[in-house]
Design a protein around this ligand. Structure first.
Ligand SMILES: C[S@@+](CC[C@H](N)C(=O)[O-])C[C@H]1O[C@@H](n2cnc3c(N)ncnc32)[C@H](O)[C@@H]1O
Length: 273
């Protein structure tokens, strides 16, 4: 890559093997719902670019569900691209390459009919600039789809002040790493700020009732990662972090009667024919 990338998340920084497993579990819990949102609007034979594709799960699911699509996954993390290629590299109409969303398409690369950013914006130091950078990837009239979480909209019952404390610590850690875990509720405003006119908004839920033990496997490691960092950053004591994680584990293992982690979807179109 031409220039060093500033992002709050790179697979290689968060424990590649465990994180790949977590991403697979997360995808299993949500992909069907996401495909139902994305696929109907994609034109026939569309070229789709999944920016920040990670280990390629969404890119692969798109190309499996619609064999007319040409799907390119791009990720700033060479390790993620290597893993995506290892697992899905043999498929036709699906390719992966290293690159940052800010760098735009490679020389001679075709522009996209649709760009997807899934859980990538939350890791950018400047979300508005990242949304502006997406413009360079799209042909006129092309679609930009953004999928983001927002910890402010997490629902877990019954839970006490301990959950608020976990979420506050996670956000402080994320802000320090150069991102934010509180973007999903503001997607329309962020798009508008970056010069896009939002065309549609919706919400999906990662649901404890539906997912059972998968819920813990997806949500717990993220909290664990952030709280360990919070201890290293002296934002809390080790004992408090252990207490908070224990509460969360108990919640996931039967303590919660209801729990939902939302994923917000916003889409827009680049100006043109
Ligand atoms: C939380 S993961 C999400 C991966 C995938 N989109 C998914 O939903 O499973 C965020 C991914 O974005 C990549 N990433 C972060 N900043 C990026 C940037 N500026 N350009 C390209 N990729 C980036 C990371 O390397 C990581 O693989």
């Amino acid at each position: 890559m031409d220039e060093p990338l500033e992002a709050a998340y790179l697979l290689s920084q968060v424990g590649a093997e465990e994180e790949a497993q977590r991403l697979r579990a997360q995808a299993r819990g949500l992909l069907d719902q996401e495909l139902a949102l994305l696929l109907p609007g994609l034109p026939r034979n569309a070229r789709v670019v999944d920016l920040g594709c990670g280990i390629g799960l969404l890119a692969d699911a798109l190309s499996q569900a619609r064999t007319d699509l040409q799907v390119l996954g791009v990720d700033a993390d060479a390790l993620a691209v290597q893993e995506a290629r290892r697992v899905f590299g043999h498929r036709s109409h699906l390719s992966f390459r290293a690159g940052s969303l800010q760098a735009g398409p490679a020389e001679g690369e075709e522009l996209a009919d649709a760009v997807i950013l899934r859980l990538v914006l939350m890791h950018q130091a400047d979300a508005s600039a990242a949304l502006q950078a997406c413009r360079a990837w799209l042909r006129p009239g092309g679609q930009l789809h953004v999928l983001e979480g927002d910890d402010r909209a997490i629902l877990a019952e019954p839970a006490g002040a301990w959950l608020e404390r976990i979420l506050a610590l996670m956000q402080t850690v994320q802000l320090r790493r150069g991102g934010s875990r509180r973007l999903g509720l503001d997607l329309a405003g962020l798009l508008a700020q970056a010069g896009w006119r939002p065309a549609g908004l919706s919400r999906l839920d990662f649901d404890l009732e539906r997912l059972g033990p998968v819920f813990e496997g997806v949500f717990f490691p993220v909290a664990d990662f952030h709280l360990k960092q919070a201890v290293r950053d002296s934002l809390c004591e080790e004992e408090e972090a252990a207490f908070l994680l224990d509460q969360l584990r108990q919640g996931c293992r039967g303590g919660f009667s209801r729990a939902k982690v939302p994923l917000f979807h916003a889409w827009t179109r680049s100006e043109g024919p």
